[in-house]
Ligand binder design. Structure first.
Ligand code: GDP
Length: 440
C-alpha cells in the first residue's frame, strides 16, 4: 500500500540531507518534490498545494532544535500534516440508538456488501452487539445471496424479502423485526450502480428519510483515485453522509483517495478495508496511516522526544544568566512551569531509583507550587528581576497580595537565594580554572 508514494517522499527528504538548517530555498526545493509525489499519487491538485503551503509555513516557523537535523524535522512536519489532512483524530461510528441504524451507500463493486458483513462481524465480536444485516439490493438476486452467505459465515442473521421491490419497505420491516428479535444494530446494504444514477440516489435518499439512520457510510474503492473523490462529493451533496469507508487498501492503490477525500467532503474516514476476508477491516487512525505512508516512524518519534524535552535554547540562556548571577524570580517561575509541564510530580519523582518507595505515602501534589506561584505573581516586575530590593514592607505587601503569610514569603526568598547560590556553584564547577582564579 502506498509504496510508490512512500519512496517518493523519502527521496524528497534527501534534498535536506547534509543541510545545516531549514531555509526558504531548501524548503521550497523539498516541497516542490513532495508536491510532485502527491500529484503522482493522484492527490487532488488543490489539496496538494494547500498541503505543501502549510508544511512550508510550519517548517520556516519552527524552533531550531540543535539535536535534530532539518531533514528529520521535515519528516515530522510532513507526517503531522498528513495526519491532519486525513482528519487528525479517529472518529468512531455512532451505534447508540436501539436499534442503531447504519445505512450503506456507494457505487456497485465498491465493496458495500463485503463491508456490511465485516462491520457486522466487528460489532458482534468487539462491541458485543447483536447485528441484523438487511439485503436492500432489490435488483440483483446475486447480491442478496452474497449477503446471506456472508451472514452464515459470521453467524449474523440476514433479513431478506425476496420478491419485494420496495427497499424502503424492506428497511422498515427489517427494523421492526430487529426490535422483536432484540437486535440492537441494523446494517442496511443498498443497491449500487456502476455510475452515479438519479434513480439510485432517490432510492437511498428515500430509505434515509424513512428510517433516519445514525450513520450513513459512503463506501468507496480506493483504487479509483480521483474518481473516488468526485463520487464522494456527489453522494455527499445528495445524502450528507456521516463517514467514509475506503476499501481495497490492500491493493496497489496510489493513496490519492485516502489523502484527498477528507478535505474535499469534510467527512471523516471511519474504516478501511484491507482484503476480501471478513476480518480484513481496520478502524481508520489518521496518525497511524501517516506512519504507514511515510514509513519513518522512528524519525518521527525521535523529533517528538526532542521537542518534548527541555527547550535547549532556553537552557543555554539560563546558564548564561546563572553564570552572571542574574537568575531572577522570572526564571524561577519559568522553571516551575517547565517542571509542571512534565506532568505529575509524584510520578516523576518516583521514577528516580530508590525514591519511589520512600515517597509512596508522602503528600506531594502539584498544588505544592500554587503558593509559590501566587507569591511570585504578587511581586512587581522590578522585584522579580531585582530580588535584592525585597525589604520587610515589600515582603508584607506580597504576603497580603498572595494570600500567604510573611513566613512563607521569607521562606521562599531564602530558598530562592540558596538555589541561586547552588546553581552558580554548579556552573562554576564546570569551569575549574575560573573557580581557581576566584572570578565572580
Ligand atoms: P458491492 O457491489 O458494493 O456490494 O461490492 P462487493 O462487496 O460485492 O465487492 C466487490 C468486490 O470487491 C468483491 O469481489 C469483494 O470481494 C472485493 N472487495 C471488497 N472489499 C475489498 C477489500 O477491502 N479488499 C479487496 N482486495 N477486495 C475487496
Amino acid at each position: 500500500m502506498f509504496e510508490n508514494l512512500s519512496d517518493r517522499l523519502e527521496r524528497s527528504f534527501k534534498i535536506l540531507k547534509g543541510e545545516g538548517k531549514i531555509t526558504e530555498i531548501n524548503v521550497a526545493e523539498t516541497l516542490k518534490d513532495v508536491r510532485r509525489a502527491l500529484l503522482d499519487a493522484d492527490v487532488n491538485y488543490k489539496v496538494a498545494k494547500q498541503f505543501t503551503d502549510t508544511v512550508k509555513a510550519k517548517a520556516l516557523g519552527m524552533d531550531v532544535l540543535t539535536s535534530v537535523k532539518p531533514g528529520q524535522l521535515m519528516v515530522k512536519i510532513v507526517h503531522d500534516e498528513l495526519a491532519t489532512l486525513m482528519g487528525g483524530e479517529a472518529v468512531d461510528v455512532q451505534i447508540s440508538g436501539n436499534p442503531a441504524i447504519i445505512l450503506m451507500s456507494g457505487l456497485q463493486g465498491s465493496g458495500k456488501t463485503t463491508f456490511s458483513g465485516k462491520l457486522a462481524n466487528l460489532m458482534k465480536n468487539k462491541r458485543s452487539k447483536k447485528p441484523l444485516l438487511v439485503a436492500g439490493d432489490v435488483y440483483r438476486p446475486a447480491a442478496i445471496e452474497q449477503l446471506k452467505v456472508l451472514g452464515e459465515q459470521i453467524q449474523v442473521p440476514v433479513y431478506t424479502e425476496e420478491g419485494n421491490k420496495n427497499p424502503v419497505q424492506i428497511a422498515q420491516n427489517a427494523i421492526k423485526q430487529a426490535r422483536q428479535d432484540g437486535n440492537d444494530l441494523v446494517i442496511i446494504d443498498t443497491a449500487g450502480r456502476l455510475a452515479i444514477d438519479e434513480q439510485m440516489m432517490q432510492e437511498i435518499k428515500a430509505i434515509k428519510d424513512a428510517v433516519n439512520p445514525q450513520e450513513i457510510l459512503f463506501v468507496v474503492d480506493s483504487m479509483t483515485g480521483q474518481d473516488a473523490v468526485n463520487t464522494a462529493k456527489e453522494f455527499n451533496d445528495r445524502l450528507d453522509f456521516t463517514g467514509v469507508v475506503l476499501t481495497k487498501l490492500d491493493g496497489d492503490t496510489r493513496g490519492g483517495a485516502a489523502l484527498s477525500i477528507r478535505t474535499v467532503v469534510n467527512k471523516p474516514i471511519k474504516f478501511v478495508g484491507t482484503g476480501e476476508k471478513m476480518e480484513a477491516l481496520d478502524v481508520f487512525h489518521p496518525a497511524r496511516m501517516a506512519d504507514r505512508i511515510l514509513g519513518m516512524g522512528d524519525i518521527v518519534s525521535l523529533v517528538e522526544r526532542a521537542q518534548e524535552q527541555y527547550d535547549e535554547e532556553e537552557a543555554k540562556r539560563l546558564q548564561k544568566k546563572i553564570a552572571k548571577n542574574q537568575f531572577d524570580f522570572n526564571d524561577f517561575i519559568s522553571q516551575i512551569q517547565q517542571i509542571k509541564k512534565m506532568g505529575n510530580l509524584k510520578e516523576l519523582a518516583s521514577m528516580i531509583p530508590g525514591v519511589g518507595k520512600a515517597i509512596k505515602d508522602m503528600d506531594i501534589d502539584d498544588n505544592a507550587f500554587k503558593s509559590i506561584e501566587a507569591i511570585i505573581y504578587s511581586m512587581t516586575p522590578k522585584e522579580r528581576t531585582n530580588p535584592e530590593i525585597l525589604n520587610g514592607s515589600r515582603r508584607q505587601r506580597i504576603a497580603t497580595g498572595s494570600g500567604t503569610s510573611i513566613q512563607e514569603v521569607n521562606r521562599l526568598i531564602k530558598q530562592f537565594d540558596e538555589t541561586r547560590k547552588m546553581m552558580r556553584m554548579v556552573t562554576q564547577a564546570k569551569n575549574p580554572a575560573r573557580m581557581m582564579r576566584g572570578i565572580k
